[in-house]
Design a protein around this ligand. Sequence first.
Ligand SMILES: [Ca+2]
Ligand SMILES: [Ca+2]
Length: 249
Amino acid sequence: MPRRWLLAAALLTAIHVHAEDKKPDTPRITAIAPLDVVRGQETTLRIRGVKLSNATEVRFPGALKAELKEKKAADIPNGLDAKDVGDTQLEVKLNIPADLPAGPLALSVVTPDGTTASRELRVLDATNCVDEKEPNGSFREAQTIEPGKTVRGTIKEDKDVDVFQFTGKSGQRIAAEVFAARGASLLDSVLTLLDARGHQLACADDSLTHDSQLTLTLPADGSYFLIVQDAHDRGSAWHGYELTVNATP
Ligand SMILES: [Ca+2]
Ligand SMILES: [Ca+2]
């Protein structure tokens, strides 16, 4: 795929320092995959962090119960440090009730060394979301999406680039947003909007913490591309995101 703009974006990208509180001896959640759950579905969640290997429970509010299936050492994604991203992971199964309200859902992990601070998942409605379909790493393979829906995707490996295509109209106002760093993802997103010929119209990096948000009034009727990538070209199963695109006439 044409990558000239990617090089430019990489050169313009600042190096970020994640200034989190990192007490090494405190149990802590560093990432959850996926970032969201869908109402009415059985879900397998993977939770990674620091000092989770003796976890006894993954705790949700109310009557929601999770079954702890597995505890093991976690692979360290390339270029990342176990002190930052944790070295243990859990797998839990849970059924998401169909009547659970859409929105944030907090969870924490209980261990003999203490309970982690809570992290939030998002509860989505199946009618409003669509899963990313690989391969979607080039303009030719772009995944067609509909404004108004949320795409659940992952920058699954180093240099993974996810390309989405939508049809827009001249004068339409587009608002596109990535949700990742504000949730429990390791992704530091960059979001780029291009026209049908591959010319860059807008690019956003850290709009809402490390998450990207852009708005633009479309200049013409036709196809447009949205590209999600990591600011440091890193990727793993823990680099999940939600991409939401809204269009107003
Ligand atoms: Ca992907
Ligand atoms: Ca970013």
